[in-house]
Design a protein. Structure first.
Length: 186
């Protein structure tokens, strides 16, 4: 089933634009840093190849978007809409529904929580999904805090390989009902 590109999403501070092939150069520049990749799945090559972003966007992300099994956005500040500072994705995979990265200069400012909020809304409201599960490396404290603030619960932990080594891979989840209840409390 072929689907249209995901819509552009807006938050108070952010512009999330659907991923395009033209974004590969900016992604290569921002993504290929140890601080960004160290807690990602070991499938991410390191050192990151010079054509890593182009290959990923062209051969993995865009075909999955065309199949309607993944939704990828670049993250940009509304005040600087031409500058890609990160990426956030939704995936129709078992126990892996959302992933993201943010360039270090923009980490720790609440931007990823803001991006997750609007993308989670797309997952539950637009796509009508009943459950979101998000895996992450246990030592990735920043990512864990985003899940906690988003109302997710830790449901399991098992060893897995990441770019920087073998760690516990924690699985976090939130149901649509929990997500809706949380939205009505705020």
């Amino acid at each position: 089933m072929l689907m249209q590109a995901p819509p552009t999403l807006r938050t108070r501070q952010l512009l999330l634009q659907p991923l395009t092939l033209g974004d590969a150069a900016a992604i290569q520049e921002r993504f290929a840093h140890w601080e960004v990749v160290r807690y990602l799945n070991a499938a991410v090559p390191w050192p990151y190849p010079d054509d890593g972003a182009l290959s990923y966007v062209r051969d993995v992300a865009l075909p999955a978007m065309a199949r309607g099994t993944e939704w990828h956005w670049t993250i940009r500040l509304r005040s600087r809409p031409d500058d890609v500072i990160g990426s956030i994705s939704l995936m129709d995979q078992v126990d892996n529904h959302r992933g993201f990265w943010l360039s270090p200069p923009w980490q720790g400012q609440g931007l990823m929580s803001e991006a997750c909020e609007v993308v989670d809304n797309f997952w539950f409201e637009t796509l009508g999904r009943p459950l979101m599960r998000v895996p992450k490396a246990a030592p990735n404290v920043g990512s864990r805090r985003i899940s906690e603030r988003g109302g997710m619960s830790l449901v399991s932990s098992e060893e897995s390989d990441f770019v920087s080594g073998r760690f516990a891979r924690d699985l976090w989840e939130i149901t649509r009902e929990q997500w809706l209840a949380q939205r009505h409390r705020t």
